[in-house]
Write a protein that binds this ligand. Structure first.
Ligand SMILES: Cc1cc2nc3c(=O)[nH]c(=O)nc-3n(C[C@H](O)[C@H](O)[C@H](O)COP(=O)(O)O)c2cc1C
Length: 718
């Protein structure tokens, strides 16, 4: 960006100006010097009239006026040459009407300050007030975007400015108001490469009006380090929210006054933020309770119908005035605390706050935005899936990712999470991750496929909850692709309705390990189980105590058999993690109810010592207390059948979860040796059926614990 060319008095000759005029033949010459000097005389001699005190006046202007008196300022962008007073006289004139309201000493003190305005839509109003009001001495302006016509509802620009860089337009406007202005422009906006330059200034105040979420956080971290105050003004309809962070007074202050504490770390660690996340964080920073209903509804439509957040010129303009006041208070050391301040026009004019009236639409939006993770003693699953993300997602792909966040919460054998996913335009392909096979515990890969079936069911359920499930096609081919789930209506403008219970059940389900309280098994539950049966699949619910005890014995025997095998022990020891581990796959010790120290030792000693007897006893005790045992059987044993075993079982797990009941999976009796034959006998299975999966059901006595999950992005393949 070019600044004006200044020919300062004493440093140019008449010829220099003539030469310039010749080079720029169509240049418009504007001479305001005489009028300015007359005004200056009045300002400096308030008791004298220039006409009646002609002699004094002549003496005053004799060495100031004339061709070589005053400064010549050439504006290249408008081809104008202005003859005017020098910088000092101009300052005297410009600030004359600030007098008394701002004393000369205060004015001088404030001139030592630099205000950095980051983001030049709302920022441009602020810049105008600060520059025209001569509030501070220097400016840093940063924005990389260009003006579009839709900016005109809140920024004072000309039609001919549309498409031009915001920074250039604003700098021109400010230089036209004051050619001597001290302005540094960051044409790329603030980014990681120039953020440190920003903080080289001594007396700096930052006004953050950026959209870039990551930079908002980074600027605050630097401001904290350097002790620089940050002010953010957010116009919300006819209201203005003012956030003041006085890192100059307290370096321990939390960024955004603590409003997004949980996500600052992940943003700084470079974790990718989706468009949906950005909108959610933006609403979280502002506080959903402050956002007028009409503006809240717009959040969903940003990127679809609206180019950006709706804003009104009135409150944007007032933001400028408020910012100038705050800058003066900070600059002059007048007490102004960190915190949030709210300016509401309706409140100030003593009107009811209709914009916050709690109608149905507002209630729904607030509920969605405020959705919080269920609290449990340990909720180790990260990240927590917020249903609003689906509606805030900017693209079909982002919506599919959101659905997959639910899918990955499926149970899996040893928490191996053996899935890989390829997101396509309107579907996603699910692959088996063969590297996650457990050769000792799951030779046939049955448990792997059951896990993938549970994954598919979660994905289908999440999609159904938002009304976007189309179909699942299981693959007939050999290879790692196990199927493709298709979606519909991903582009539709949804109304924000979703099946909250199902989405919640997916997130709150976990595999229970512990003693049971009795669960009243209802006909409704029995009906649901039988509805899941097909030609191939049989689901038996065993409720009589004798059979449950027999099955508990078989499970104990299966466990003892498994632990006798050193290869099995070695394998399982590598899938059990100490409580303190940050590993996201495998079973954490706490999920097996181990205290911290035991969780450190067990994986190590398992390799050498057979603890099968002890484990069998513990498992037996829990098992016999179950209110029922579900055995899923099938007439065939192949991957497709196992997938449907997983789908049906996960459906049962979610149904139980909604009833406040839990399931404990025990596969030892169907997996080890010939025990499955005894299982068949106990549950009176038809000869052509084979037990494939087994779990106990009941009500939990101990609090539920949650095993971690690998991040979705590590599961995606391109
Ligand atoms: C096919 C399959 C077999 C499983 N077998 C057992 C088992 O024999 N014993 C057990 O305690 N958990 C078993 N689990 C539960 C997993 O360990 C559990 O799902 C996983 O650690 C994730 O924890 P979460 O379900 O609580 O989210 C099995 C899970 C699946 C899907």
């Amino acid at each position: 960006m070019k600044s004006p060319i200044i020919f300062a008095e004493g440093s140019y000759a008449k010829e220099d100006i003539e030469k310039l005029k010749k080079e720029k033949p169509s240049c418009q010459v504007i001479d305001v010097l005489t009028d300015q000097l007359a005004e200056l005389f009045e300002v400096l001699h308030p008791n004298l009239d220039p006409i009646s005190s002609d002699e004094t006046y002549q003496a005053f202007i004799s060495n100031k006026a004339g061709y070589e008196g005053g400064n010549w300022v050439y504006y290249p962008w408008s081809n104008q040459l202005v003859h005017m007073v020098n910088a000092d006289d101009f300052f005297t004139l410009r600030t004359n009407r600030n007098q008394y309201l701002v004393t000369a000493d205060e004015q001088q003190e404030l001139q030592k300050y630099t205000v950095a305005i980051l983001g030049l839509s709302v920022g441009s109003s602020i810049a105008h007030v600060l520059a025209h009001g001569a509030v501070v001495g220097e400016f840093i302006l940063a924005d990389k975007d260009n003006f579009s016509t839709s900016n005109m509802n809140r920024v004072q620009i000309k039609v001919s400015d549309v498409t031009k860089p915001k920074l250039d337009v604003l700098m021109q406007q400010l230089y036209e108001a004051n050619p001597y202005a001290q302005i540094t422009g960051y044409e790329r906006g603030v980014d990681r490469s120039n953020i440190d330059d920003l903080f080289k200034k001594q007396k700096l105040i930052i006004i953050d009006e950026m959209d870039d979420f990551e930079m908002k956080v980074r600027v605050r971290m630097k401001a904290k380090k350097h002790g620089v105050p940050v002010v953010m003004l957010t116009s919300l309809g006819d209201n203005i929210l003012v956030d003041i962070e006085r890192y100059d007074l307290d370096k321990r202050l939390r960024p955004f006054n603590g409003l997004i504490d949980g996500v600052v770390g992940s943003i700084l660690s470079g974790q990718q933020i989706t468009e949906g996340d950005k909108k959610r964080y933006a609403v979280r920073i502002v506080g959903v309770e402050h956002v007028p209903t009409r503006a809240l509804e717009s959040v969903r439509d940003i990127g679809r119908q609206l180019v950006g957040r709706p804003q009104l010129f009135g409150s944007v303009t007032i933001s400028g005035g408020i910012a100038a006041y705050i800058v003066r208070q900070i600059g002059l050391g007048i007490n102004l605390d960190s915190g949030r301040y709210f300016f509401s026009m309706a409140d100030l004019l003593k009107q009811p706050r209709l914009d916050l009236e709690l109608n149905e639409s507002r209630k729904r939006m607030i509920k969605m935005m405020n959705h919080k993770p269920p609290t449990g003693k340990k909720f180790h699953r990260l990240p927590y899936v917020n249903p609003s993300q689906f509606y805030l997602a900017a693209s079909a792909q982002e919506k599919i990712s959101h659905l997959l966040e639910y899918a990955i919460l499926a149970p899996s054998t040893h928490n191996t999470q053996p899935w890989k996913i390829k997101i396509k335009d309107r579907s996603c392909q699910v692959y088996i991750d063969s590297s996650r096979q457990l050769p000792a515990a799951d030779k046939l890969r049955r448990d792997m496929y059951i896990s993938l079936g549970a994954f598919l069911h979660n994905l289908e359920t999440a999609a159904r909850s938002y009304g976007v499930f189309h179909k699942t096609e299981l693959s007939d081919q050999e290879g790692n692709l196990i199927g493709e789930v298709y979606f519909k209506g991903l582009d539709k403008k949804t109304q924000g309705d979703y099946d909250e219970d199902s989405l919640k059940a997916i997130q709150t389900r976990s595999n229970y390990r512990g003693p049971f309280a009795p669960l009243a098994i209802t006909d409704e539950l029995r009906r649901r189980l039988s509805k899941l049966e097909s030609n191939k699949l049989k689901i038996k619910l065993i409720e009589d105590r004798w059979s449950i005890e027999e099955l508990a014995n078989l499970t104990a025997s299966g466990l003892k058999l498994a632990y006798k095998d050193p290869t099995f022990r070695k394998e399982i020891s590598s899938w059990i993690n100490p409580n303190s581990s940050r590993k996201r796959s495998g079973i954490p010790g706490y999920a097996l109810r181990m205290p911290a120290l035991t969780s450190q030792i067990i994986p190590r000693i398992l390799k050498y010592k057979d603890i099968g007897e002890k484990l069998a006893k513990l498992n037996y005790q829990s098992f016999v207390g179950a209110s029922g045992v579900v055995v899923v059987s099938a007439s065939e044993s192949n991957p497709k059948v196992w997938l449907s075993v997983g789908q049906a079982s996960q459906e049962i797990f979610l149904a139980l979860e909604k009833m406040g009941a839990v399931a404990s999976i025990y596969v030892a009796a169907v997996e080890m040796g010939n025990l499955e034959k005894s299982v068949s006998k106990i549950i009176k299975l038809h000869a052509n059926q084979k037990p494939q999966f087994l779990f106990c059901i009941g009500r939990p006595i101990w609090p539920k614990v949650y095993s971690p999950r690998e991040q979705l992005r590590s599961k995606l393949i391109s």
